[in-house]
Write a protein that binds this ligand. Structure first.
Ligand SMILES: C[S@@+](CC[C@H](N)C(=O)[O-])C[C@H]1O[C@@H](n2cnc3c(N)ncnc32)[C@H](O)[C@@H]1O
Length: 565
């Protein structure tokens, strides 16, 4: 090969130095200059490979793929060209293409260990794309990558698709493409972009609604939004091939975007990104199973908003809201998981709670204002019609229950049964339409107290009562236990089922396994996976029946010391 002309060589060496210093964008600029001056194919190939590597390192996957393909056009067996083409495809989530470049490479260069390893990595991703996740390893990866768990995983899209909703103002929604069972995995999606609460806070401008300069959220959240917007902007400008998917997200009613005639897309500017983040950004906790455990042990008024991180998930963004959700979302690192929280027929619109569905009707509507709609789900329609008298009576009954807790007068379950009946009478519709949300806190506390005191029959009775109040139906015989209808899901349902399994373990061991299986399914719905069950519901943490040691430290003050004779 002829020597490189000096001017080209200087730019190339400068590029190499920038690359070694981690200044990938500067390296790319230097290789651009060198390539502009190059006159032979041999030299161009070397420079393209170098620029491809710098583009890979700076996550310019589209451009890296162009470089790698240009190399392969000149030399289709080029080892580095094949490898870098594979890496660029991987970065773009095209695992089949990535694997195909690697398989070609290994046929030519069987000793290329990195390529052999990458084939295995691609095969893992392809299995994940088909819904086969090893959740134990996903959890491990999330722990190992703290505090910013960007996971090396693929997206699985289950039996769901985006369709137009029957009511035009609802826009598009997610619908089932076949009947699904409670607990079924519907989506396990890798984030498009995220910003973790634990990430170093940069000096970024807060993001307000582009047409409204007044802040409409906490300063912390606005700053997070600003950082998410910056990350998203970088990703979009580096990889034009991902712009259409992001552009398709709902931009809100105020975005008036001009469509570029060539690309058929709006310009990727600040407002383009910010509008979509405002309407499609998800706040999320760093670890759902830990959050679940804490949440299930905490009374409603003390529950904290743990959604300290913020992210964009493209497929998940098409889901609409309901205060009686059919889908539960959970998170492991930057993966969002959707599971069915009931048996759902085909062609049903799936919805979940954008906000806490445990808030009052008025609070929920207020919280939904930022998305520009009022919820008209079955619970909202029922609660909207509630007479103030009934709501007042409910509040008074809850006060009485708390009073009983505080006075530690809970020696007789009968008092509570009367109070729970009084609470029940403040609802108009059957529980399947109007779940008895106000009962969750009091009953779970009673269940906990009975569990600590080893009162198996009472644990079972109270758990069944809570589940019935939330709209669940069961088939219980002396030989089998089955949930025939899943109701309104909250973290406390898992606790009730787990405690109920312990109760049956003591009085009718035949049912123990059935109820435990239901508890684990409920856990999977709430946490996304069941491999962490022992960490949260193992006896060390939760305590055995009749053993007050386990969760006492986590349980509300009012329950401590309660005992039933
Ligand atoms: C994240 S997007 C959901 C997907 C959106 N429907 C679409 O077509 O892309 C949020 C927006 O969907 C609409 N939406 C969601 N849930 C709704 C509901 N229950 N009733 C009416 N509109 C709803 C609102 O316009 C809301 O701002």
């Amino acid at each position: 090969m002829a020597p490189m002309p000096t001017e080209v060589l200087i730019w190339k060496l400068q590029g190499n130095t920038h690359y070694k210093d981690g200044k990938y964008l500067k390296a790319i600029e230097s290789y651009d200059e060198a390539l502009r001056r190059v006159s032979t194919e041999d030299h161009a190939l070397i420079l393209l490979l170098n620029r491809c590597q710098a583009r890979l390192s700076s996550q310019h996957y589209d451009a890296a793929l162009e470089d790698a393909m240009a190399v392969l056009d000149m030399d289709k067996t080029n080892e580095k060209g094949l490898f870098r083409a594979a890496r660029a495809c991987y970065g773009l989530g095209s695992f089949t293409q990535s694997r195909s470049h690697l398989v070609g490479l290994v046929q030519l260069y069987p000793r290329n260990k990195a390529a052999i390893n990458d084939i295995e990595r691609c095969e893992h991703r392809l299995r994940e794309q088909a819904g086969d996740f090893n959740f134990a390893s996903v959890l491990d990866e999330a722990v190992n990558k703290q505090p910013s768990p960007h996971l090396d995983r693929a997206t699985y899209i289950g039996s769901i698709e985006v369709r137009k909703c029957a009511i035009e103002s609802h826009g598009r929604g997610l619908f089932t493409t076949k009947a699904v069972k409670a607990g079924e995995l519907l989506l396990c999606e890798k984030a498009f972009t995220t910003i973790f609460a634990s990430d170093d806070r940069k000096d970024v401008t807060e993001v307000h609604h582009p047409k409204n300069t007044k802040p409409n959220g906490s300063k912390w959240r606005l700053k997070l939004r600003g950082e998410l917007a910056a990350n998203t902007f970088v990703k979009l400008s580096r990889n034009p091939s991902v712009v259409p998917a992001f552009a398709d997200l709902y931009p809100g009613p105020d975005a008036d975007e001009k469509i570029d005639e060539d690309t058929n897309l709006p310009d990727v500017d600040d407002a383009f990104v910010q509008y979509r983040i405002i309407y499609n950004g998800f706040g999320f906790p760093s670890n759902t199973y830990e959050y679940h455990w804490k949440s299930a042990q905490t009374p409603d008024d003390l529950k904290e908003d743990e959604s300290g991180s913020l992210g964009i998930w493209i497929s998940a963004s098409y889901i609409n809201h309901s205060c009686y959700p059919l889908v539960r979302r959970s998170y492991i690192g930057d993966m969002m998981i959707f599971r069915a929280q009931a048996d759902i027929p085909v062609d049903t619109e799936l919805k979940f709670g954008y906000i806490s569905c445990l808030e009052t009707y008025e609070q929920r509507q207020k919280m939904l204002e930022k998305w520009g709609f009022q919820c008209e789900c079955q619970v909202c329609l029922a609660e909207k019609d509630h007479s103030q008298k009934k709501v007042k009576k409910r509040a008074k009954t809850i006060e009485k229950i708390i009073e009983h807790f505080e006075k530690n007068t809970g020696t007789d379950l009968g008092v509570y049964t009367d109070l729970l009946n009084a609470l029940d009478s403040t609802y108009i519709n059957p529980p399947a339409i109007e779940p008895r949300k106000a009962m969750i806190g009091p009953i779970i506390n009673l269940i906990s107290a009975c569990h600590s005191d080893g009162l198996a029959a009472q644990v079972i009775e109270l758990s069944l009562r809570m589940l019935r109040g939330l709209g669940f139906d069961f088939q219980v015989t002396s030989a089998a236990f089955k949930i025939t209808r899943w109701g309104f899901m909250v973290d406390e349902v898992v606790v009730a089922l787990a405690d109920m399994a312990d109760g049956y373990g003591a009085v009718n061991p035949t049912l123990y396994n059935d109820v435990l299986e239901m508890a684990k399914t409920a856990y999977e719905i709430m946490c996304g996976e069941r491999v962490s069950w022992d960490l949260t519901y193992g006896s060390e943490r939760r305590g055995n029946l009749g053993d007050s040691a386990g969760r006492v430290e986590d349980v509300v003050d009012g329950v401590q010391g309660l005992s039933f004779g």
